[in-house]
Design a protein around this ligand. Sequence first.
Ligand code: DAT
Ligand code: MG
Length: 132
Amino acid sequence: MEKTYIMLKPDAVKRKVVGNIINRIENKGYNITTIKMFNLDEEILKEHYSHLVDMPFFPELVSFMTSGPVIGMIVEGDDVVQGMRNLMGPTKWVEAMPGTIRGDFANNTTQNLIHGSDSVANAIIEIERFFG
Ligand code: DAT
Ligand code: MG
């Protein structure tokens, strides 16, 4: 069964929409097999967002992602990597259609509520990074 790494970001926790987002994942029929709440630091974010460290918004991204706890999950299902990306909606909130998580809740590109692995290969790396 395919696995993906999902992380509910600090805004999802602060806004109390964790239950709503988990409902969507469960309603879709995916299985949450592991879940934990924890805090990120700059070191792990430089790894996790290594493709973005040179972007002008990286300091803002670190500041946001360390502003409160996140909820990390392993989610399993057929084609779950692409399926979760579909449920999330695209990175930019303004491009995310209503009905998607980002489309329904985000009004800012950095504070977009949820992370999901973008490929099966990255899912394996991210699950190892956050769950060891
Ligand atoms: P995704 O989270 O959809 O996989 P990504 O990996 O390109 O997108 O970027 C990781 C996070 O960085 C993204 O969820 C929010 C932030 N980010 C990306 N591009 C941004 C931008 N142009 N301005 C502000 N924040 C951005
Ligand atoms: Mg990404």
